[in-house]
Design a protein around this ligand. Sequence first.
Ligand SMILES: Cc1cc2nc3c(=O)[nH]c(=O)nc-3n(C[C@H](O)[C@H](O)[C@H](O)COP(=O)(O)O)c2cc1C
Length: 216
Amino acid sequence: MDFDELVLRRHSTRMFLPDKPVPEGLLNEALTLAMRAPSNSNVQPWRLFLAAGDRRVRLGAALAKKVRETPPPTLGLPESHSHLRRQLGALLYGAMGVARDDDAGRWTAQLRNWDFFHAPVAGIVCMHRDLGLPDAIGVGMFLQTLLLALTERGIDSCVQVSTALYPDVVRDELGIPDELTVLCGICIGYADPAFAANSINTPRNPVTDNVVFLEN
Ligand SMILES: Cc1cc2nc3c(=O)[nH]c(=O)nc-3n(C[C@H](O)[C@H](O)[C@H](O)COP(=O)(O)O)c2cc1C
C-alpha cells in the first residue's frame, strides 16, 4: 500500500469481530515500527498495556460494571470546537440508524466504548506522570505510527478517550502503576463489515483553517 493510500485508509472502527484474533506476529511488527516514533530527547514516553484473551474479557466486564454504576461525565469541549463533535455524532448515529432523540439507542451505542467495541485486543496508553505536554506529543506520534502500521497489515483500530475516564478500573485490571498517567484506550482487531458506521468517511477542515503559512 502506498503511503497516501495508507493514511486515507486508516479510520476508526467501532464494531469489531470479537472472534477473529489478531496474529501476535503482525501485532509485534506494528509495535516494533511504532517504537521508531520521534520523541523529545528520545525519552520514548509511551507506555502501552495490551490485554487479550481472559484478561481482555475481565477488563471489559469490569468497565461495563463500573460505567453502569457511575455513568461517564460528558467531556467538556470549548464552544469553538463543539460543532465538530455534533457533526461527528450526526454522522455516526445516522450510520447506526439511531435517531437524535433516541436516548436509549445512543446509550447502547456509547456503552460499546467500554467493551472496546468488542475488539479482541484492548490497550491502555499511558505516560509517566512527571512528563509534560511535549512528551504527550511523542505519545501521539507513537500512536499514529502504530495505527498506520496496523492498517498496513489489514488490522483495524480505534483510539478512545472513553476508557481512560475510569483510570482506577483499568489500573486494577492491568496492574498499571501509580507513576503512570492513563491517557487513552486503543481497540485492535478486525472490523465487522456488516456494521455501516465502520465505513463512514469523517470530514476534515480545509488545510487553511488549521495551518497558517507566512512568507513576508
Ligand atoms: C485521543 C483520541 C480519543 C478518541 N476517543 C474516542 C472515543 O472515546 N470514542 C470513539 O468512538 N472514538 C474516539 N476517537 C476517535 C475519533 O472520534 C476519530 O479519530 C475522529 O472522529 C476522526 O475519525 P477517523 O479516526 O475515522 O478518521 C478518539 C480519537 C483520538 C485521537
